[in-house]
Design a protein around this ligand. Structure first.
Ligand SMILES: [Zn+2]
Length: 145
């Protein structure tokens, strides 16, 4: 069975030191020259001897910008606004849920806790710029009358 020449993948693998590992290069001058030519090219690029053309850089920039535009387009999809509104509604409802942490109604002992107070607290938490994890730290410095 005649031996076939290395594929492009095998040549590239040899270039990075993980080639097929057989002795094909020792008796095939064509594949040897392909590997040698690519190794020389790689060394030149590593050393920076080859100038990068303006067209290559422009094409690279266009690719990057196209990917960024594609990503931005994902955020502008129409389902995102209703999904965000639904998540906000779930968040507000979960904050209003008196069974949130313990699974049992919380007895605050304060019967004057009206719906408007609940809404104020919920919106204050939802729109607060301060992270929630800082509340225990603030509680340390509260002065109780
Ligand atoms: Zn060959």
């Amino acid at each position: 069975m005649p031996e076939t020449h290395w594929s492009e993948d095998q040549v590239i693998a040899e270039l990075y030191g993980v080639g097929p590992g057989d002795d094909h290069l020792s008796h095939c001058p064509q594949c040897r020259s392909r590997v040698d030519r690519l190794m020389q090219e790689r060394q030149k690029r590593i050393q920076g001897d080859l100038p990068v053309s303006y067209d290559f850089l422009a094409a690279q920039r266009r690719c990057v910008l196209a990917r960024l535009d594609a990503r931005a387009a994902w955020w502008q999809r129409p389902f995102l606004i209703p999904a965000t509104a639904l998540l906000a509604l779930i968040l507000v409802l979960s904050m209003l849920n008196p069974f949130r942490w313990s699974g049992e109604p919380q007895d605050t002992g304060n019967t004057s806790y009206s719906d408007s107070t609940v809404f104020e607290d919920a919106f204050a938490r939802a729109y607060s710029t301060e992270p929630e994890f800082s509340e225990p730290l603030q509680a340390l410095f509260e002065v109780k009358p």
